[in-house]
Design a protein around this ligand. Structure first.
Ligand SMILES: Cc1cc2nc3c(=O)[nH]c(=O)nc-3n(C[C@H](O)[C@H](O)[C@H](O)COP(=O)(O)OP(=O)(O)OC[C@H]3O[C@@H](n4cnc5c(N)ncnc54)[C@H](O)[C@@H]3O)c2cc1C
Length: 529
């Protein structure tokens, strides 16, 4: 059971065994506040929708961490997720110090991650190369002795795939009584349904309605081929429903910042052959690969098991997502590997867009709706701040709701969630954009400036888009890109070629001076308050 302590409104408080106590010492009494207590006590019946203090929309890492912390703090909640299965396509993999510190308090989750993650020597480096078996242009080791000596934090950063983290979180939640249900496992009637400690998969939050004492959530689900809506009444609706949050939209909260910095196709694949080869020859976490036939960033999620995600730049509408068939992706993989692994198994291909935006408000609808995680902010993944910031949002919000439920704090404490977490998101957005630029400085140095590629793409979109057919635009765009990639040929990129040698020297100085993409940001990771 996590215990927390702190000070609110000049009073000292501490939480132990789910009960909040407050000084002065003379009156050690558990406190109550109407907002939560009336709802907590209420139950469905007489045809009324069931009541819960909190409904969380989204069973991603942030929604699951939040449900765990709230439950441990004695706040009853249920989680809704629109998908019937948890996604296996990994995105996040880097867990920073502060998140690991929070995970230490989640029934030993941090220890489980440490025991299950790949050995650090397999992921401490970023490698820059012409192919996975071709020349290494440079590499950066991101671990220092002080990380192993645990100088700045009692726990190290980790490399552990998001889908495996979700599996561990589900186990922890099971351990405290949570169960996962599909619509046909709980039936269509909501009356008398006990929702507490349930994760309802296949339930999409599709409507909200403010009531006198809470919020009525409509969750659509497929019941034997027929769409139905379940109504659930709650005190607070927490939107942990990701970058394209419906809760945010229903609450009328806008995002501010830059949209569509880059579009990519993410290819999740397995190859034990490639994993074995890289473990032996050049282990690393990220491989930035540049050659005349293809460019891409390979994330080695798990070299021992040969699990990878390849990120390929994608330029719609000239390129269509459908162009990236399994066969095309396999061909790109071979071009980037430099030899043909016989066991490549493409599991999933997904398009995604990179944004740098923060919600203009984190709290809406008279304090009844609160956004957390990607629903509140979406960053470029450079530096791995997305999930980490979301988990830290969840932690900040959970202990505050605990104080609110137990009557130690007034409703105004909810506003401090926004005033504390939104500036962190703004800061991390800027930092992630800077990190993205640092990552792009390497191809730019090699003569393949992504900003030029984006400008060419924009010119084609704006000037030729309406005049020439899409196929011709595609040929033109890909022709221009292939001319650009010719800069990466061995003929140009070698020490004997004056242009190549000056580019390689510049690349070396960027890497040596620490101006390329970094993995660890201890000041930003731990240095906020
Ligand atoms: C390539 C890549 C690499 C990344 N690497 C890192 C990294 O190393 N470290 C890091 O910290 N972050 C990283 N991130 C970011 C990280 O993946 C996200 O920040 C993280 O997934 C956010 O978690 P979340 O729970 O807020 O949202 P999500 O993981 O998006 O989960 C949202 C959930 O809500 C559900 N949902 C959506 N709408 C509804 C609805 N209407 N009703 C019910 N359910 C709904 C979805 O099905 C989903 O399960 C990376 C991202 C990318 C793209």
């Amino acid at each position: 059971m996590p215990s927390i302590a702190g000070a609110v409104g000049g009073r000292l408080f501490w939480v132990h065994r789910g009960v909040t106590w407050c000084r002065p010492r003379r009156c050690l009494l558990p406190l109550q506040l109407p907002l939560f207590s009336s709802l907590a006590a209420a139950a469905g019946g007489g045809g009324a929708p069931p009541h819960l203090p909190v409904v969380i929309v989204g069973a991603g890492p942030v929604g699951l961490v939040l449900s765990f912390l709230l439950t441990k703090f004695g706040i009853k909640c249920a989680v809704l997720d629109k998908n019937v299965e948890f996604t296996r396509h990994p995105r996040a993999h880097f867990i920073n110090n502060r998140t690991m510190e929070i995970f230490r308090k989640l029934d030993g989750l941090a220890g489980d991650i440490e025991n299950s993650q790949p050995p650090v020597d397999l992921w401490r480096k970023f490698v820059y190369c012409t192919s996975l078996s071709g020349s290494i242009l440079g590499s950066v080791d991101h671990m220092k002795q002080e990380d192993f000596d645990k100088v700045i934090s009692p726990i190290s950063v980790a490399h552990f795939s998001q889908h495996k983290l979700v599996d561990l979180l589900l186990k922890k939640l099971e351990g405290i009584g949570f169960q996962t249900y599909l619509p046909d496992e709980i039936g269509s009637s909501t009356q008398d349904l006990v929702l507490e400690n349930k994760i309802l998969m296949g339930h999409e939050c599709s409507s909200i309605q403010l009531t006198d004492d809470g919020i009525l959530v409509g969750a659509s689900f497929n019941n034997a081929g027929r769409m139905q809506e379940r109504k659930i009444h709650c005190g607070l609706l927490l939107g942990a429903d990701g970058a394209r949050s419906t809760v945010r939209e229903l609450a009328g909260i806008n995002m501010k910042g830059q949209k569509d910095l880059q579009k990519l196709v993410s290819v999740h694949f397995l190859s034990r052959d490639l994993g074995k080869y890289l473990s032996r020859e050049r282990p690393g976490m990220l491989f930035f690969i540049f050659n005349p036939d293809a460019v891409g960033v390979l994330v080695a999620h798990d070299l021992e098991h040969g699990e990878f995600v390849l990120q390929i730049p994608f330029y719609p509408p000239q390129q269509m997502f459908e162009d990236f068939s399994t066969k095309v992706c396999e061909e790109i993989i071979v071009k980037l590997v430099g030899w043909e692994p016989t066991d490549v198994q493409v599991l999933d291909i997904k398009p995604w867009a990179m944004h740098a935006e923060v919600a203009e408000k984190y709290i809406g609808c008279n304090n009844r709706i609160i956004l957390v995680g990607d629903a509140a902010h979406r960053f470029p993944p450079a530096g791995g701040f997305g999930m980490n910031t979301g988990v830290q949002d969840a932690h900040n919000l959970a202990w505050k709701l605990c104080l609110l439920q137990n009557g130690v704090a007034s409703t105004s404490i909810i506003q401090t969630y926004e005033s504390e977490r939104q500036p962190v998101a703004h800061f991390n957005t800027e930092l992630s954009v800077e990190n993205f630029k640092a990552a792009m400085s390497i191809p730019a140095t090699l003569g393949l400036d992504p900003t030029v590629a984006n400008s060419v793409h924009q010119v084609i979109n704006s000037s030729l888009g309406s005049i020439i057919p899409r196929n011709l635009q595609k040929t033109l765009l890909e022709g221009l890109f292939s001319i650009g990639r010719a800069q990466l040929s061995d003929y140009v990129l070698n020490e004997k070629n004056p242009l190549g040698s000056s580019r390689l020297a510049r690349l070396k100085s960027i890497l040596d001076e620490g101006k390329s993409l970094q993995l660890q940001f201890p000041a930003e990771d731990l240095g906020f308050r």
